[in-house]
Design a protein around this ligand. Structure first.
Ligand code: 5GP
Length: 202
């Protein structure tokens, strides 16, 4: 990975709204490539293979792990998710910026292997707000809700290892903050050294 373009990792606990914030980035920031993950979970209504996810069987997923096809992968509440390495590496090789919206375990795996990436942790404004968000989805039993909240608390302990935190109280504000982080990262001197040298030489 060179320093000019960036791998951006957006992570945070389940229910924090990172999907909503990232879909806003996807709609508005054409200059960023969004990696499409593989998953073993069933597609939801309106989700399309190759657009939202590559929906694969457990056998296929395990084979992909064995073949070293993932940049990172994780088990998230019983389903497996992974980032295809080829896609990300080829886009970075073309000089593009790539964004991964993944869970906290996956982000830690990327941090171990690609420490130059930019790591953004999305936090809820409060635990109560996270609980209300998870409850409003109406998809979890009270036992599952308790498990997700406990897991969220554990995951929030990793926020300190990230480069930035964004509190998702308001989706638009969270989107603006992430956009600002990306813009600032692009302006870093170390990412523009070649440009400066070429400019002086020209
Ligand atoms: P969902 O099933 O609701 O789309 O996603 C569940 C969780 O899996 C979310 O926290 C999402 O960020 C995470 N996720 C999606 N794709 C990946 C991936 O490729 N790797 C990892 N580690 N997590 C992912």
């Amino acid at each position: 990975m060179n320093k000019e373009n960036i791998l951006i990792v957006v992570a945070g606990p389940s229910g924090v709204g990172k999907g909503t914030v990232c879909s806003k980035l996807f709609d508005k920031m054409d200059e960023i490539e969004f990696s499409v993950s593989a998953t073993t979970r069933e597609p939801r209504k309106k989700e399309k293979h190759g657009v939202n996810y590559f929906f694969v069987s457990h056998e296929k997923f395990d084979e992909m792990i064995k073949n070293g096809e993932f940049l990172e992968h994780a088990d998230v509440f019983g389903n497996k998710y992974g980032t295809p390495k080829d896609y990300v590496m080829s886009k970075l090789g073309e000089g593009r910026d790539v964004l991964l919206e993944i869970d906290v375990q996956g982000a830690m795996m990327v941090m171990a292997n690609y420490p130059d990436a930019v790591f953004i942790f999305i936090l809820p404004p409060s635990l109560r707000a996270l609980e209300e968000r998870l409850m409003s989805r109406g998809t979890e039993t009270s036992e599952q809700l308790r498990l997700r909240l406990n897991k969220a608390k554990e995951e929030m302990g990793y926020a300190e290892k990230f480069d930035y935190v964004v509190v998702n109280k308001d989706v638009h504000k969270a989107y603006e903050e992430i956009k600002s982080i990306i813009i600032s990262e692009k302006c870093k001197v170390e990412r523009n050294k070649n440009f400066i040298v070429d400019l002086i030489k020209s």
